[in-house]
Ligand binder design. Structure first.
Ligand code: NI
Length: 162
């Protein structure tokens, strides 16, 4: 496994809609394991492929009970709502209160190509929604009002300056 570089906002790859993975080949499996390593080293609880510059539908997560790697993940049902502070490895130093569904059902494939259905709540539901958002180019700063977003971007840009 290798640690990969995580892209930072405003890198344009983070804004692209990712392509579905048709074949889970060795490259995809390798990428998933490298993403997992990267996530652990950078102390995240989830990572999506575009965050390491690959515009494909692959996410990895570990909220503390073991790794989860999902190909072509999709939210198939959602209910309730919940607000919690989130960060993102692509936006270092930024924390935002984000409203999301409280419970979700996510379908996808594991690395062996087997179909998975995951019923999630609490932190796992939140992390899944956050990572799946990345696959359509959506970041946490997009989940707040324009006024709030402008302030956050200003703060972020200021913090990025040497
Ligand atoms: Ni993120």
């Amino acid at each position: 496994m290798a640690k990969l570089d995580v892209l930072h906002y405003p890198n344009s790859v983070l804004r692209k809609k990712c392509e579905a993975i048709d074949v889970i080949d060795d490259d995809v499996v390798q990428l998933a394991h490298d993403m997992l390593e990267t996530m652990y080293v950078d102390k995240g609880i989830g990572l999506a492929a575009p965050q390491v510059g690959v515009s494909r539908r692959l996410i990895v997560l570990d909220i503390g009970d073991g790794p989860l790697m999902l190909v072509n993940p999709k939210i198939v049902a959602a209910e309730g709502s919940d607000t919690m502070e989130e960060g993102c490895l692509c936006l270092p130093g930024i924390n935002v209160e984000v409203e999301r569904s409280a419970r979700v059902r996510v379908s996808g494939l594991d690395l062996a190509g087997k179909e998975l259905d995951i019923d999630a709540d609490d932190l796992l539901a939140r992390a899944l929604q956050h990572e799946i958002d990345h696959l359509s180019g959506t970041l946490i700063i997009d989940k707040v009002s324009k006024l709030k977003r402008d302030l956050l971007i200003k703060k972020y840009k200021k913090a990025q300056q040497p």
